[in-house]
Design a protein around this ligand. Structure first.
Ligand code: ADP
Length: 459
């Protein structure tokens, strides 16, 4: 059966409170009873001593009958039945005879009371004989009857019953308090959870702007709220990226695809002849679209951070050398010279992704270099960072374009880039990768003079 958290917490709390409080009250009652019985026993002994003391002082050559009656009635109230017999065996005083009742009859109220309230009471009527002396001379004998091992007088009973009443009232009040407290705690835990559930449901239904504002001093609830909000923010961010990419892709693909469509239509209709040059033009457009789609896929992965960075140590010198080799034919075509000043053997990072960054930047430098230009690659250690600089003597970037150079699809001169095959994504990808490594990338450029790209990576 599925219970609500609040109900379950309240029930558990209630059961624990009931069990604990009942055990405490039960043990306290037992302890109080034992202590009280010990006290009653002691008290009875003291009472008997006091009666003996009183009676021995009631003999002055003769017995004071009036005082004896007083003592006898007082003793009877305390559950003691007394009789005095003189040295000749003559009964001087007998409380039973005075009230014309037998001992058992006299103590019947005590017997009834004890049996009523203490089911397992095993009181037995005993009679003890105590010698009464006056001036070191025996003057008689006191016969005293009472219940052993203990009994409660009316006053004792009243006292112990009220003590039990107090314990029972305490039990009820504590139980009620514990239940109320349990309900409050259960509410404090369940309310924020219910709110968090509502928010996640809202988010799941597409309302990504919804946030959980839950006040709670419980660390777990605070963590849960933060996690739900972080989830909503991440989803919102991803949703934004997704929308932007869809918009950008359709915009970027429309132009080359329309060009291909128009050219192909003209060829199909026979308006244009399928010359080698025309087919080559269409083929180059298709290649451009293909490259663009490839770049976009990579960018989408980096932007959504779904592409994990795998850090390892690798030989940077070798990487630069092999990248330069892949560009050999272009370098040769433009008669460029590449100088490498590498002061670092090894660096830490994602080898494939950092290689991609160098490829993107170097390919730009080559693409935008004038004939016979020089490209310099420099690496150095600076404090806790590795600094990589790639410099060219190319056409440079106008200052007004410089702030937007890392933006997706940003190209300085669209018609120029059409010729160079650029899609305006290379630097965006480079920036995403460097930032995922915790580094920075920046470009300095003088229009018509050259460009310098600097990368700073933490070691
Ligand atoms: P692309 O794929 O078009 O090269 P990038 O994101 O790599 O895209 O670069 C964006 C734009 O920045 C390029 O279109 C180009 O106009 C300009 N650019 C980048 N690097 C250089 C450079 N070294 N020299 C001159 N212009 C550059």
């Amino acid at each position: 059966m599925r219970h609500k958290l609040r109900t379950r917490l309240s029930i558990t709390h209630g059961v624990i409170a009931l069990a604990t409080i009942s055990i405490i009250v039960l043990l306290s009652s037992m302890w109080v009873d034992r202590q009280f019985i010990d006290f009653v026993k002691d008290n009875n002994e003291r009472r008997i001593e006091s009666i003996v003391h009183d009676i021995s002082h009631q003999y002055h050559k003769e017995w004071d009958k009036e005082k004896l009656e007083e003592t006898g009635q007082r003793a009877l109230k305390d559950g003691l039945v007394i009789a005095i017999i003189d040295t000749n065996g003559k009964v001087i005083y007998d409380v039973g005879k005075v009230s014309k009742k037998g001992t058992e009859e006299l103590l019947a109220p005590i017997n009834r009371n004890m049996r009523e309230h203490y089911g397992n009471w095993t009181g037995e009527l005993v009679t003890k004989k105590i010698t009464i002396s006056h001036e070191y001379k025996k003057v008689g004998e006191l016969e005293i009857s009472y219940y052993e091992p203990f009994y409660f007088t009316e006053r004792d009973s009243r006292f112990i019953y009220s003590l039990h009443d107090v314990l029972n009232i305490t039990e009820v009040i504590s139980l009620a308090g514990a239940l109320i407290l349990g309900l409050i705690i259960a509410r404090q835990i369940s309310m924020p959870l219910t709110r968090a559930i509502q928010v996640t449901k809202e988010i799941a239904s597409g309302n990504l702007k919804e946030r959980a504002y839950i006040k709670s001093d419980m660390a777990e609830i605070k963590d849960l709220t933060d996690s739900v909000n972080l989830l909503a923010e991440t989803l919102q961010e991803h949703e934004g990226i997704r929308k932007r990419i869809v918009a950008d892709v359709s915009h970027e693909l429309r132009t080359p695809l329309s060009a291909i469509q128009i050219n192909l239509e003209a060829l199909v209709d026979g308006v244009l002849q399928p010359t080698h040059a025309r087919l080559d033009g269409i083929y180059k457009e298709v290649l451009r679209v293909n490259r663009l789609v490839g770049d976009l896929t990579k960018l989408a992965k980096y932007e959504s951070r779904s592409e994990k960075i795998t850090i390892s140590k690798f030989n940077f010198k070798n990487i630069i050398a092999s990248i330069v080799t892949t560009f050999e034919s272009e370098i040769h075509k433009k008669n460029l010279s590449i100088t490498v000043h590498n002061n670092i053997e090894e660096i830490s990072g994602d080898e494939d992704k950092l290689s991609q960054v160098i490829v993107n930047i170097l390919s730009n430098s080559i693409k935008y270099s004038k004939k016979s230009g020089v490209i310099t690659i420099e690496t150095a250690e600076q404090e806790n960072n590795v600094v990589i600089k790639i410099r060219d003597q190319g056409i440079g970037i106008p200052p007004e374009d410089l702030p937007y150079i890392f933006e997706r699809f940003y190209r300085v001169d669209k018609s120029r880039d059409k010729a160079t095959g650029g899609s305006g994504i290379g630097l965006t990808i480079a920036k995403e990768i460097i930032e995922a490594h915790g580094g920075t990338i920046s470009i300095n450029s003088k229009f018509g003079v050259g460009t310098e790209t600097s990368i700073i990576l933490p070691k």
